[in-house]
Write a protein that binds this ligand. Structure first.
Ligand code: CMC
Length: 396
């Protein structure tokens, strides 16, 4: 095994070679397959970006049309999966519902599990694509059902003729198919949000995807595990945590006292800091402009005043300057989601839908990697050894 390196949190460990996403954390650069995130957010659509991430190149017209059709033809979920969703408590967290439901998908499509099917799906591109269509197609439906469940309304069937984002907005909210037309600014804003959340190299949930899929388990189980990692407040759950923090601060006068507590390490400034970015997160810049578009349409969210002042004060404070802590993608996304009418606990769900494209891109790259080995880190054992078992009656 050679020399073991102690590296808690994998600060300095590269576990794979990848061609998907490039980040320069010092200069605030993010590229998917070589394309700057700013260009993609401005010009592309989420499904096109998903294709780019998974297959490596931008699709031509014919490929894009087929891709859209394939994904939109897989939006319906099995009736029994709907029954499963209906069995959750009325106030179940939508992220818990999403994780469980995606995991349950593995029981509906056993051909995805090499151990059960006796087929090596990893040598069969068609079979692999089928799982990709299903996961990308059904995730928004599961997410919308989770939302409808939470508000106690019947679930809406998807409309496959709508675009990916339009259909998601429709399933969330609409009672009537005939008069439904989401405002194009909202659809475009959500699509942009999906684009910038689609991948971010080996963030914790994508590293989880790499780890789980190194066992060759089916992709539904691997996506459920990745979504579990994303749910945590230090990762995608930060979107939710930021909004709760801003609400708790309540007004600009309370910010200095809050920052004092952060500096005393009693609290964390949620939505700040990043393992890789040691300058401004480029996604946070894009989000600021989307925020403006949403505010122009729907009016300014009062939490924005607190967020802006919090950012200003933090960025002029030596605690944050010395540690190179800047706003990350989660700092502004929650305010946008809130302004669009999403409840706070839907935020990590809204992060998971697009991130599934990144997880799947890493799934494909991982299992196609001739150098892939099962992930199995080592530990430095500090516990006792050589103990003698003491029968229960002889213990103090
Ligand atoms: N508030 C206050 N102090 C912080 C923060 C923060 N948000 N983030 C880091 N620090 C401090 C940390 O205490 C440490 O200080 P010291 O050197 O005195 O011990 C120093 O900065 C370095 O931090 P770290 O914990 O070693 O950094 P990390 O790379 O392990 O953690 C992080 C990265 C994102 C988990 C962390 O910055 C954090 O907890 N941020 C708040 C949660 C958050 O916004 N998460 C979303 C991340 S971006 C999108 C995503 O992945 O979903």
């Amino acid at each position: 095994f050679g020399t073991m390196i102690y590296d808690p949190g994998y600060y300095n460990t590269a576990v794979c070679k990848s061609q998907i996403t490039y980040i320069d954390g010092d200069r605030g650069i993010l590229e998917y397959r070589g394309y700057p995130i700013e260009h993609l957010a401005e010009n592309s659509s989420f499904l096109e970006v998903a294709y780019l991430l998974i297959y490596g190149d931008l699709p031509n017209m014919e490929q894009l049309n087929l891709w859209n059709t394939k994904i939109m033809n897989h939006t319906f979920i099995h009736e029994n999966l709907i029954q499963l969703m209906k069995s959750f408590r009325y106030d179940a967290h939508p992220m818990g519902m999403l994780i469980s439901s995606v995991s349950a998908m593995s029981t509906f499509y056993p051909e995805a599990n090499p151990a059960l099917a006796g087929v090596d799906i990893y040598k069969n591109k068609q079979l692999m694509n089928k799982q990709i269509f299903r996961i990308l197609g059904k995730l928004p439906t599961i997410a919308a059902c989770a939302y409808r469940h939470r508000i106690g309304r019947p679930y809406n069937n998807p409309i496959n003729s709508l675009s990916y984002t339009e259909n998601f907005l429709y399933m969330l909210d609409r009672l009537s198919e005939s008069n439904y037309k989401p405002h194009p600014t909202l659809t475009r804003a959500l699509d942009k949000l999906f684009i910038i959340h689609a991948d971010h190299e080996l963030n914790c949930s994508t590293a989880t995807m790499r780890q789980i899929s190194s066992t060759l388990v089916d992709p539904y189980t691997a996506v459920a595990g990745s979504a579990g990692a994303l749910y945590g407040p230090l990762h995608g759950g930060a979107t939710e945590a930021v909004l709760r923090m801003l609400e708790q601060i309540g007004s600009v006068e309370n910010i200095p006292a809050f920052l004092e507590e952060v500096k005393q390490k009693k609290k964390k400034l949620m939505g700040f800091g990043h393992r890789v970015y040691k300058s401004y997160d480029p996604r946070a810049k894009i989000l600021k402009s989307v925020t403006q578009e949403i505010f122009n349409l729907l009016g300014k969210n009062p939490l924005m005043v607190i967020a802006t002042e919090l950012e200003r004060l933090a960025l002029s404070d030596s605690y944050f300057i010395n540690r190179q802590l800047y706003p990350n993608v989660d700092f502004y996304s929650g305010i946008i989601y809130k302004s669009m009418g999403f409840p706070t606990d839907m935020f990590p769900v809204l992060f998971s839908i697009p991130r599934a494209a990144g997880w799947l891109a890493h799934w494909v790259e991982n299992i196609s990697d001739p150098e892939l080995r099962i992930f199995r880190p080592r530990q430095i054992y500090l516990g006792r050894r050589g103990m003698t078992y003491v029968p229960l009656e002889n213990r103090n």
